[in-house]
Design a binder for this molecule. Structure first.
Ligand SMILES: *Cc1c(COP(=O)(O)O)cnc(C)c1O
Length: 497
Protein backbone atom coordinates (compact mmCIF):
# COMPACT_ATOMS: atom_id res chain seq x y z
CA UNK A 1 0.00 0.00 0.00
CA UNK A 2 1.52 3.30 -1.05
CA UNK A 3 0.74 6.82 0.16
CA UNK A 4 -1.91 7.53 -2.45
CA UNK A 5 -3.75 4.26 -1.77
CA UNK A 6 -3.43 4.98 1.96
CA UNK A 7 -5.03 8.43 1.49
CA UNK A 8 -7.99 6.85 -0.28
CA UNK A 9 -8.44 3.84 2.03
CA UNK A 10 -7.78 5.86 5.15
CA UNK A 11 -10.67 8.16 4.33
CA UNK A 12 -12.91 5.15 3.68
CA UNK A 13 -11.99 3.70 7.05
CA UNK A 14 -12.73 6.98 8.85
CA UNK A 15 -16.14 7.00 7.14
CA UNK A 16 -16.72 3.39 8.16
CA UNK A 17 -15.88 4.24 11.77
CA UNK A 18 -18.30 7.20 11.84
CA UNK A 19 -21.01 5.05 10.20
CA UNK A 20 -20.42 2.36 12.81
CA UNK A 21 -20.79 4.75 15.72
CA UNK A 22 -23.87 6.38 14.22
CA UNK A 23 -25.50 2.97 13.72
CA UNK A 24 -24.70 1.43 17.10
CA UNK A 25 -28.30 1.62 18.35
CA UNK A 26 -29.43 -0.56 15.44
CA UNK A 27 -27.13 -3.46 16.41
CA UNK A 28 -27.62 -5.89 19.30
CA UNK A 29 -24.77 -5.13 21.74
CA UNK A 30 -23.86 -8.75 22.48
CA UNK A 31 -22.39 -11.06 19.83
CA UNK A 32 -24.21 -14.38 19.68
CA UNK A 33 -21.82 -16.44 17.56
CA UNK A 34 -20.75 -19.89 18.71
CA UNK A 35 -17.15 -20.65 19.68
CA UNK A 36 -15.12 -21.50 16.58
CA UNK A 37 -17.43 -19.59 14.25
CA UNK A 38 -14.54 -17.71 12.70
CA UNK A 39 -12.33 -20.73 12.12
CA UNK A 40 -15.05 -22.18 9.91
CA UNK A 41 -15.05 -19.05 7.73
CA UNK A 42 -11.32 -18.57 7.41
CA UNK A 43 -8.67 -20.04 5.10
CA UNK A 44 -6.22 -22.34 6.88
CA UNK A 45 -3.17 -20.26 5.94
CA UNK A 46 -2.16 -16.66 5.37
CA UNK A 47 -2.53 -15.68 1.70
CA UNK A 48 0.48 -16.38 -0.52
CA UNK A 49 -0.37 -13.48 -2.85
CA UNK A 50 -1.43 -9.95 -1.93
CA UNK A 51 -5.15 -9.40 -1.46
CA UNK A 52 -7.08 -6.24 -2.23
CA UNK A 53 -8.11 -3.85 0.51
CA UNK A 54 -11.70 -4.25 -0.71
CA UNK A 55 -11.55 -7.95 0.11
CA UNK A 56 -10.23 -7.26 3.59
CA UNK A 57 -12.83 -4.59 4.25
CA UNK A 58 -15.62 -6.89 3.09
CA UNK A 59 -14.42 -9.47 5.61
CA UNK A 60 -14.60 -6.87 8.38
CA UNK A 61 -18.30 -6.56 7.60
CA UNK A 62 -19.10 -10.22 6.98
CA UNK A 63 -16.72 -12.15 9.24
CA UNK A 64 -15.54 -9.87 12.05
CA UNK A 65 -18.63 -7.75 12.74
CA UNK A 66 -20.87 -10.75 13.69
CA UNK A 67 -18.32 -11.78 16.32
CA UNK A 68 -18.07 -8.34 17.90
CA UNK A 69 -19.65 -7.36 21.20
CA UNK A 70 -20.24 -3.64 20.93
CA UNK A 71 -18.73 -2.00 23.98
CA UNK A 72 -19.42 1.47 22.62
CA UNK A 73 -23.14 0.82 22.22
CA UNK A 74 -25.42 2.84 24.46
CA UNK A 75 -27.17 -0.51 25.12
CA UNK A 76 -24.03 -2.06 26.62
CA UNK A 77 -24.37 -2.05 30.42
CA UNK A 78 -22.03 -4.93 31.31
CA UNK A 79 -18.94 -4.81 33.60
CA UNK A 80 -17.73 -1.21 33.46
CA UNK A 81 -17.70 1.02 30.39
CA UNK A 82 -14.67 1.19 28.10
CA UNK A 83 -15.52 4.53 26.60
CA UNK A 84 -13.97 5.67 23.35
CA UNK A 85 -14.35 9.01 21.61
CA UNK A 86 -13.53 10.58 18.27
CA UNK A 87 -10.66 12.69 19.67
CA UNK A 88 -9.35 9.60 21.46
CA UNK A 89 -9.30 7.71 18.17
CA UNK A 90 -7.60 10.57 16.35
CA UNK A 91 -4.93 10.89 19.04
CA UNK A 92 -4.27 7.17 18.70
CA UNK A 93 -3.99 7.56 14.92
CA UNK A 94 -1.12 10.00 15.43
CA UNK A 95 0.41 7.52 17.85
CA UNK A 96 0.24 4.88 15.09
CA UNK A 97 1.82 7.35 12.71
CA UNK A 98 4.89 7.94 14.89
CA UNK A 99 4.96 4.31 16.06
CA UNK A 100 7.75 4.97 18.53
CA UNK A 101 9.13 2.84 21.32
CA UNK A 102 9.40 5.51 23.98
CA UNK A 103 11.31 3.79 26.76
CA UNK A 104 13.76 6.67 27.42
CA UNK A 105 13.46 10.44 27.14
CA UNK A 106 15.78 10.48 24.12
CA UNK A 107 13.57 7.97 22.24
CA UNK A 108 11.25 10.93 21.59
CA UNK A 109 11.49 13.80 24.04
CA UNK A 110 7.98 14.95 23.13
CA UNK A 111 6.48 11.59 24.09
CA UNK A 112 8.06 11.58 27.54
CA UNK A 113 7.47 15.25 28.26
CA UNK A 114 3.87 15.20 27.04
CA UNK A 115 3.19 12.20 29.29
CA UNK A 116 4.63 14.01 32.31
CA UNK A 117 2.60 17.12 31.48
CA UNK A 118 -0.75 15.44 30.76
CA UNK A 119 -0.43 13.20 33.80
CA UNK A 120 0.08 16.34 35.90
CA UNK A 121 -2.93 17.92 34.16
CA UNK A 122 -5.01 14.83 34.84
CA UNK A 123 -3.86 14.62 38.45
CA UNK A 124 -4.92 18.23 39.01
CA UNK A 125 -8.17 17.62 37.13
CA UNK A 126 -9.14 14.89 39.62
CA UNK A 127 -7.91 16.89 42.63
CA UNK A 128 -5.01 14.59 43.53
CA UNK A 129 -2.71 15.74 46.28
CA UNK A 130 0.36 17.79 45.27
CA UNK A 131 2.61 14.90 46.34
CA UNK A 132 1.61 13.03 43.19
CA UNK A 133 2.47 15.84 40.79
CA UNK A 134 5.77 15.50 38.90
CA UNK A 135 6.59 19.14 38.19
CA UNK A 136 6.01 21.51 41.09
CA UNK A 137 4.66 25.04 40.73
CA UNK A 138 8.19 26.51 40.76
CA UNK A 139 9.14 24.29 37.79
CA UNK A 140 11.32 21.94 39.80
CA UNK A 141 10.80 18.22 39.98
CA UNK A 142 8.99 16.60 42.90
CA UNK A 143 9.50 13.02 44.07
CA UNK A 144 6.15 11.90 42.71
CA UNK A 145 4.62 11.71 39.30
CA UNK A 146 2.31 9.90 36.96
CA UNK A 147 2.82 7.28 34.30
CA UNK A 148 0.44 5.68 31.81
CA UNK A 149 0.14 1.93 32.23
CA UNK A 150 -1.81 -0.38 29.98
CA UNK A 151 -4.28 -1.52 32.62
CA UNK A 152 -5.05 -1.30 36.32
CA UNK A 153 -3.76 -4.88 36.61
CA UNK A 154 -0.32 -3.81 35.39
CA UNK A 155 -0.44 -0.84 37.75
CA UNK A 156 -1.20 -3.24 40.61
CA UNK A 157 1.85 -5.38 39.78
CA UNK A 158 4.11 -2.37 39.40
CA UNK A 159 3.18 -0.80 42.73
CA UNK A 160 3.44 -4.13 44.51
CA UNK A 161 7.00 -4.46 43.22
CA UNK A 162 7.75 -0.97 44.56
CA UNK A 163 6.13 -1.93 47.86
CA UNK A 164 8.32 -5.01 48.14
CA UNK A 165 11.39 -2.87 47.46
CA UNK A 166 10.30 -0.47 50.21
CA UNK A 167 9.73 -3.34 52.65
CA UNK A 168 13.14 -4.91 51.95
CA UNK A 169 14.84 -1.53 52.35
CA UNK A 170 13.10 -1.15 55.71
CA UNK A 171 14.24 -4.59 56.81
CA UNK A 172 17.82 -3.82 55.76
CA UNK A 173 17.71 -0.47 57.54
CA UNK A 174 17.17 -2.44 60.74
CA UNK A 175 20.46 -4.23 60.15
CA UNK A 176 19.51 -7.28 58.08
CA UNK A 177 21.95 -8.36 55.35
CA UNK A 178 20.86 -8.50 51.71
CA UNK A 179 20.59 -12.27 51.97
CA UNK A 180 18.57 -12.17 55.18
CA UNK A 181 16.23 -9.57 53.72
CA UNK A 182 15.75 -11.72 50.62
CA UNK A 183 15.00 -14.74 52.77
CA UNK A 184 12.26 -12.78 54.51
CA UNK A 185 10.50 -12.11 51.19
CA UNK A 186 8.46 -15.28 51.60
CA UNK A 187 6.86 -13.75 54.69
CA UNK A 188 5.51 -10.64 52.99
CA UNK A 189 1.73 -10.23 53.16
CA UNK A 190 -0.51 -8.08 50.95
CA UNK A 191 -3.93 -7.03 52.29
CA UNK A 192 -7.12 -6.89 50.26
CA UNK A 193 -10.79 -7.00 51.05
CA UNK A 194 -13.19 -9.65 49.82
CA UNK A 195 -14.35 -6.99 47.33
CA UNK A 196 -10.91 -6.05 45.93
CA UNK A 197 -10.62 -6.55 42.18
CA UNK A 198 -9.02 -9.82 41.07
CA UNK A 199 -6.02 -7.86 39.76
CA UNK A 200 -4.75 -7.60 43.36
CA UNK A 201 -4.61 -11.37 43.72
CA UNK A 202 -3.03 -11.68 40.28
CA UNK A 203 -0.32 -9.15 41.18
CA UNK A 204 0.37 -11.09 44.38
CA UNK A 205 0.62 -14.31 42.36
CA UNK A 206 3.09 -12.64 40.01
CA UNK A 207 5.39 -11.36 42.74
CA UNK A 208 4.85 -14.44 44.90
CA UNK A 209 3.70 -12.96 48.20
CA UNK A 210 1.11 -14.13 50.71
CA UNK A 211 -2.33 -12.55 50.45
CA UNK A 212 -4.76 -11.92 53.22
CA UNK A 213 -8.39 -11.27 52.36
CA UNK A 214 -10.06 -9.12 54.99
CA UNK A 215 -13.77 -9.61 55.29
CA UNK A 216 -16.07 -6.64 54.72
CA UNK A 217 -19.36 -6.01 56.50
CA UNK A 218 -22.78 -5.58 54.94
CA UNK A 219 -21.69 -2.25 53.40
CA UNK A 220 -18.91 -4.13 51.55
CA UNK A 221 -16.22 -1.68 52.72
CA UNK A 222 -12.77 -2.50 54.04
CA UNK A 223 -12.59 -0.91 57.50
CA UNK A 224 -9.78 0.10 59.80
CA UNK A 225 -10.58 -2.28 62.70
CA UNK A 226 -10.83 -5.28 60.37
CA UNK A 227 -7.54 -4.41 58.71
CA UNK A 228 -5.84 -3.79 62.06
CA UNK A 229 -7.03 -7.13 63.43
CA UNK A 230 -5.77 -9.02 60.38
CA UNK A 231 -2.38 -7.35 60.52
CA UNK A 232 -2.00 -7.95 64.27
CA UNK A 233 -2.79 -11.64 63.81
CA UNK A 234 -0.29 -12.02 60.96
CA UNK A 235 2.46 -10.19 62.79
CA UNK A 236 1.93 -12.45 65.78
CA UNK A 237 2.45 -15.39 63.42
CA UNK A 238 5.80 -13.93 62.29
CA UNK A 239 4.60 -12.59 58.94
CA UNK A 240 5.53 -9.19 57.48
CA UNK A 241 2.73 -6.90 56.23
CA UNK A 242 3.95 -4.80 53.29
CA UNK A 243 1.04 -3.73 51.09
CA UNK A 244 -2.60 -2.77 51.35
CA UNK A 245 -5.05 -1.89 48.61
CA UNK A 246 -8.03 0.34 49.32
CA UNK A 247 -10.64 0.73 46.62
CA UNK A 248 -12.51 3.84 45.55
CA UNK A 249 -15.43 2.24 43.73
CA UNK A 250 -15.33 -1.55 43.86
CA UNK A 251 -16.15 -3.61 40.79
CA UNK A 252 -19.13 -5.36 42.35
CA UNK A 253 -20.98 -2.35 43.76
CA UNK A 254 -18.72 0.78 43.63
CA UNK A 255 -18.33 0.63 47.41
CA UNK A 256 -15.66 2.93 48.82
CA UNK A 257 -13.28 1.59 51.44
CA UNK A 258 -12.41 3.47 54.63
CA UNK A 259 -9.49 5.25 52.96
CA UNK A 260 -8.58 7.48 55.95
CA UNK A 261 -8.65 4.43 58.25
CA UNK A 262 -6.50 2.43 55.82
CA UNK A 263 -4.06 5.36 55.64
CA UNK A 264 -3.84 5.40 59.47
CA UNK A 265 -2.94 1.73 59.51
CA UNK A 266 -0.53 1.96 56.57
CA UNK A 267 1.32 4.87 58.20
CA UNK A 268 1.50 3.13 61.58
CA UNK A 269 2.75 -0.11 60.03
CA UNK A 270 4.91 1.58 57.35
CA UNK A 271 3.34 -0.42 54.57
CA UNK A 272 2.58 0.66 51.00
CA UNK A 273 -0.92 2.06 50.57
CA UNK A 274 -2.36 1.73 47.06
CA UNK A 275 -5.71 3.24 46.06
CA UNK A 276 -7.46 1.44 43.23
CA UNK A 277 -9.96 3.83 41.64
CA UNK A 278 -9.92 2.07 38.27
CA UNK A 279 -13.51 2.87 37.41
CA UNK A 280 -14.69 5.64 39.75
CA UNK A 281 -11.53 7.76 39.60
CA UNK A 282 -13.00 9.51 36.55
CA UNK A 283 -15.77 10.92 38.77
CA UNK A 284 -13.15 12.86 40.74
CA UNK A 285 -13.04 15.31 37.84
CA UNK A 286 -16.22 16.59 39.55
CA UNK A 287 -15.49 18.21 42.94
CA UNK A 288 -18.68 16.81 44.49
CA UNK A 289 -17.17 13.30 44.43
CA UNK A 290 -13.89 14.28 46.14
CA UNK A 291 -15.02 14.17 49.79
CA UNK A 292 -15.62 10.44 49.23
CA UNK A 293 -11.95 10.03 48.26
CA UNK A 294 -10.64 11.68 51.44
CA UNK A 295 -7.67 9.71 52.71
CA UNK A 296 -6.29 9.02 49.23
CA UNK A 297 -4.04 12.10 49.62
CA UNK A 298 -2.07 10.01 52.12
CA UNK A 299 -1.64 7.00 49.81
CA UNK A 300 1.63 5.89 48.21
CA UNK A 301 0.00 5.28 44.84
CA UNK A 302 -3.28 6.02 43.09
CA UNK A 303 -4.62 4.50 39.88
CA UNK A 304 -7.58 5.06 37.60
CA UNK A 305 -8.40 3.98 34.07
CA UNK A 306 -9.03 6.95 31.79
CA UNK A 307 -10.15 4.29 29.30
CA UNK A 308 -13.05 3.23 31.48
CA UNK A 309 -15.20 6.30 31.97
CA UNK A 310 -13.20 9.21 30.57
CA UNK A 311 -13.55 8.77 26.81
CA UNK A 312 -9.88 7.94 26.29
CA UNK A 313 -9.52 4.92 24.07
CA UNK A 314 -8.17 1.72 25.58
CA UNK A 315 -5.48 1.43 26.85
CA UNK A 316 -4.83 4.32 29.22
CA UNK A 317 -4.46 3.47 32.90
CA UNK A 318 -3.23 6.47 34.87
CA UNK A 319 -0.95 5.61 37.79
CA UNK A 320 0.60 8.09 40.21
CA UNK A 321 3.16 7.47 42.92
CA UNK A 322 3.98 9.94 45.68
CA UNK A 323 7.64 8.93 45.67
CA UNK A 324 9.06 7.16 42.62
CA UNK A 325 12.32 6.16 44.35
CA UNK A 326 11.33 2.61 45.26
CA UNK A 327 9.66 2.02 41.91
CA UNK A 328 12.71 3.16 39.95
CA UNK A 329 15.12 1.30 42.22
CA UNK A 330 13.16 -1.90 41.71
CA UNK A 331 12.69 -1.66 37.95
CA UNK A 332 15.75 0.20 36.65
CA UNK A 333 18.40 -1.92 34.93
CA UNK A 334 21.49 -0.41 33.35
CA UNK A 335 22.82 -1.50 29.97
CA UNK A 336 25.26 0.23 27.63
CA UNK A 337 22.57 0.54 24.97
CA UNK A 338 20.60 2.85 27.29
CA UNK A 339 22.93 5.87 27.33
CA UNK A 340 22.21 8.46 30.03
CA UNK A 341 20.89 11.85 28.93
CA UNK A 342 23.35 14.74 29.27
CA UNK A 343 22.38 18.00 30.95
CA UNK A 344 19.39 18.77 33.16
CA UNK A 345 17.54 15.79 34.57
CA UNK A 346 14.27 17.65 35.09
CA UNK A 347 11.73 16.31 32.59
CA UNK A 348 14.11 13.46 31.72
CA UNK A 349 11.89 10.62 32.85
CA UNK A 350 12.85 7.19 31.61
CA UNK A 351 9.45 5.59 31.80
CA UNK A 352 10.91 2.13 31.16
CA UNK A 353 11.78 2.28 34.89
CA UNK A 354 8.13 2.90 35.80
CA UNK A 355 6.57 -0.13 34.10
CA UNK A 356 7.09 -3.82 33.28
CA UNK A 357 7.89 -3.76 29.56
CA UNK A 358 10.72 -1.81 28.01
CA UNK A 359 8.84 -0.50 24.96
CA UNK A 360 5.86 1.77 25.25
CA UNK A 361 3.45 3.48 22.90
CA UNK A 362 2.84 7.22 22.71
CA UNK A 363 -0.40 7.01 24.71
CA UNK A 364 -0.25 10.54 26.12
CA UNK A 365 -1.45 11.87 22.76
CA UNK A 366 -4.98 10.48 22.99
CA UNK A 367 -5.32 11.69 26.58
CA UNK A 368 -4.15 15.15 25.51
CA UNK A 369 -6.61 15.17 22.60
CA UNK A 370 -9.48 14.18 24.91
CA UNK A 371 -8.70 16.73 27.62
CA UNK A 372 -8.35 19.54 25.08
CA UNK A 373 -11.32 18.65 22.89
CA UNK A 374 -13.82 18.32 25.76
CA UNK A 375 -12.19 20.56 28.32
CA UNK A 376 -12.63 19.93 32.03
CA UNK A 377 -16.20 21.22 31.75
CA UNK A 378 -17.05 18.73 28.99
CA UNK A 379 -15.60 15.81 30.92
CA UNK A 380 -17.52 16.79 34.05
CA UNK A 381 -20.75 17.11 32.04
CA UNK A 382 -20.15 13.62 30.61
CA UNK A 383 -19.71 12.09 34.10
CA UNK A 384 -22.64 13.98 35.64
CA UNK A 385 -25.03 12.97 32.86
CA UNK A 386 -24.28 9.27 33.46
CA UNK A 387 -24.70 9.67 37.21
CA UNK A 388 -28.01 11.41 36.57
CA UNK A 389 -29.12 8.54 34.30
CA UNK A 390 -28.10 5.98 36.93
CA UNK A 391 -30.12 7.78 39.61
CA UNK A 392 -33.06 8.00 37.24
CA UNK A 393 -32.89 4.23 36.66
CA UNK A 394 -32.67 3.61 40.41
CA UNK A 395 -35.75 5.78 40.94
CA UNK A 396 -37.75 3.97 38.24
CA UNK A 397 -36.84 0.55 39.66
CA UNK A 398 -37.98 1.69 43.11
CA UNK A 399 -41.22 3.12 41.71
CA UNK A 400 -41.86 -0.22 39.96
CA UNK A 401 -41.91 -1.79 43.42
CA UNK A 402 -40.64 -5.27 42.48
CA UNK A 403 -36.92 -4.49 42.85
CA UNK A 404 -34.46 -3.94 45.69
CA UNK A 405 -31.59 -1.54 45.09
CA UNK A 406 -28.82 -3.57 46.67
CA UNK A 407 -26.06 -0.93 46.95
CA UNK A 408 -26.09 2.88 47.07
CA UNK A 409 -26.05 4.41 43.59
CA UNK A 410 -23.13 6.82 43.78
CA UNK A 411 -21.64 6.75 40.28
CA UNK A 412 -22.99 5.17 37.07
CA UNK A 413 -23.62 1.68 38.45
CA UNK A 414 -27.03 0.40 39.56
CA UNK A 415 -27.08 -2.92 41.43
CA UNK A 416 -30.49 -4.47 41.97
CA UNK A 417 -32.49 -7.68 42.24
CA UNK A 418 -36.07 -8.83 42.27
CA UNK A 419 -37.33 -8.66 45.85
CA UNK A 420 -37.31 -12.02 47.64
CA UNK A 421 -40.96 -11.83 48.74
CA UNK A 422 -42.05 -11.31 45.13
CA UNK A 423 -40.22 -14.46 44.03
CA UNK A 424 -41.47 -16.32 47.08
CA UNK A 425 -45.17 -15.84 46.44
CA UNK A 426 -45.72 -19.58 46.22
CA UNK A 427 -44.31 -20.07 49.68
CA UNK A 428 -40.75 -21.02 48.79
CA UNK A 429 -38.60 -18.51 50.62
CA UNK A 430 -35.22 -20.21 50.16
CA UNK A 431 -32.25 -18.08 49.26
CA UNK A 432 -31.44 -20.56 46.48
CA UNK A 433 -34.80 -19.98 44.87
CA UNK A 434 -34.34 -16.20 45.01
CA UNK A 435 -30.83 -16.49 43.59
CA UNK A 436 -32.04 -18.74 40.80
CA UNK A 437 -34.72 -16.25 39.83
CA UNK A 438 -32.27 -13.34 39.73
CA UNK A 439 -29.76 -15.35 37.69
CA UNK A 440 -32.67 -16.17 35.40
CA UNK A 441 -33.45 -12.45 35.14
CA UNK A 442 -29.92 -11.78 33.84
CA UNK A 443 -30.27 -14.65 31.36
CA UNK A 444 -33.66 -13.39 30.17
CA UNK A 445 -32.38 -9.83 29.71
CA UNK A 446 -29.39 -10.96 27.68
CA UNK A 447 -31.47 -13.51 25.80
CA UNK A 448 -33.81 -10.70 24.75
CA UNK A 449 -30.77 -9.21 23.02
CA UNK A 450 -31.64 -5.52 22.97
CA UNK A 451 -29.34 -4.71 25.91
CA UNK A 452 -26.42 -6.48 27.56
CA UNK A 453 -25.45 -6.57 31.24
CA UNK A 454 -23.91 -9.00 33.74
CA UNK A 455 -24.87 -10.25 37.16
CA UNK A 456 -22.64 -10.71 40.15
CA UNK A 457 -22.76 -12.30 43.59
CA UNK A 458 -22.45 -10.43 46.88
CA UNK A 459 -21.64 -12.79 49.73
CA UNK A 460 -23.93 -15.45 48.32
CA UNK A 461 -26.66 -13.13 47.01
CA UNK A 462 -27.09 -13.01 43.25
CA UNK A 463 -27.73 -9.52 41.89
CA UNK A 464 -27.93 -7.69 38.57
CA UNK A 465 -25.47 -4.92 37.61
CA UNK A 466 -26.19 -2.16 35.11
CA UNK A 467 -23.22 0.11 34.42
CA UNK A 468 -24.03 3.28 32.50
CA UNK A 469 -21.12 5.03 30.80
CA UNK A 470 -21.01 4.75 27.02
CA UNK A 471 -19.83 7.94 25.32
CA UNK A 472 -22.43 7.23 22.66
CA UNK A 473 -25.32 6.40 24.98
CA UNK A 474 -28.26 8.60 25.91
CA UNK A 475 -31.27 8.66 28.22
CA UNK A 476 -33.20 6.71 25.56
CA UNK A 477 -30.82 3.75 25.97
CA UNK A 478 -31.43 3.68 29.72
CA UNK A 479 -35.18 3.86 29.08
CA UNK A 480 -34.85 0.82 26.81
CA UNK A 481 -32.87 -0.97 29.53
CA UNK A 482 -35.61 -0.25 32.07
CA UNK A 483 -38.35 -1.60 29.84
CA UNK A 484 -36.36 -4.77 29.01
CA UNK A 485 -35.68 -5.33 32.73
CA UNK A 486 -39.37 -4.85 33.57
CA UNK A 487 -40.59 -7.19 30.81
CA UNK A 488 -38.06 -9.88 31.72
CA UNK A 489 -38.83 -9.57 35.43
CA UNK A 490 -42.52 -10.15 34.65
CA UNK A 491 -41.60 -13.35 32.82
CA UNK A 492 -39.35 -14.56 35.64
CA UNK A 493 -42.00 -13.82 38.26
CA UNK A 494 -44.72 -15.49 36.19
CA UNK A 495 -42.47 -18.55 35.85
CA UNK A 496 -42.11 -18.87 39.61
CA UNK A 497 -45.84 -18.69 40.34
C1 LIG B 1 -11.74 -2.70 36.02
C2 LIG B 1 -11.08 -2.72 37.33
C3 LIG B 1 -9.75 -3.14 37.48
C4 LIG B 1 -8.91 -3.79 36.41
O1 LIG B 1 -8.93 -3.25 35.20
P1 LIG B 1 -7.86 -3.55 34.08
O2 LIG B 1 -7.42 -2.18 33.71
O3 LIG B 1 -8.60 -4.23 33.01
O4 LIG B 1 -6.76 -4.36 34.62
C5 LIG B 1 -9.17 -3.03 38.72
N1 LIG B 1 -9.85 -2.53 39.75
C6 LIG B 1 -11.12 -2.12 39.67
C7 LIG B 1 -11.82 -1.57 40.87
C8 LIG B 1 -11.79 -2.22 38.45
O5 LIG B 1 -13.07 -1.83 38.37
Amino acid sequence: MDASEFRKRGKEVIDAIADYYEGLDQTPPLSTVDPGYLYKMMPREAPEDPESFDAIQTDIRTKIMPGMTHWQSGNFFAWFPCSSSYPGILGDLYSSMFNIVGFNWVCSPAATELETIVMDWLGKLIGLDKRFVAIKEDGTEGKGGGVIQGTASEAHIVVMIAAREMALERIKARGASDADAKALQSKLVAYFSDQTHSSGQKAANVIGCITRTVETGSDLRLTKPALQAAIAEDKAAGLIPFFVCGTYGTTNTTAIDDLPGIADVAEAEQIWNHVDAAYAGAALTCPEFRPLAAGSERADSFNFNAHKWMMTNFDCSALWVADSTHLINALSIHREYFPPTEGSTTFVKNYRDWQLPLGRRFRALKLWFVMRTYGASGIRAHIREHVRQAKWLEQQLLVDGRFDIVAPVVFGLVVFRIKPHIIAQNGDYSADRVNEANADLVAQINGDGRVFLVGTELKGTKVVRAAIGSSFGAQSNVELLLSVVQQCASKVIAGTE
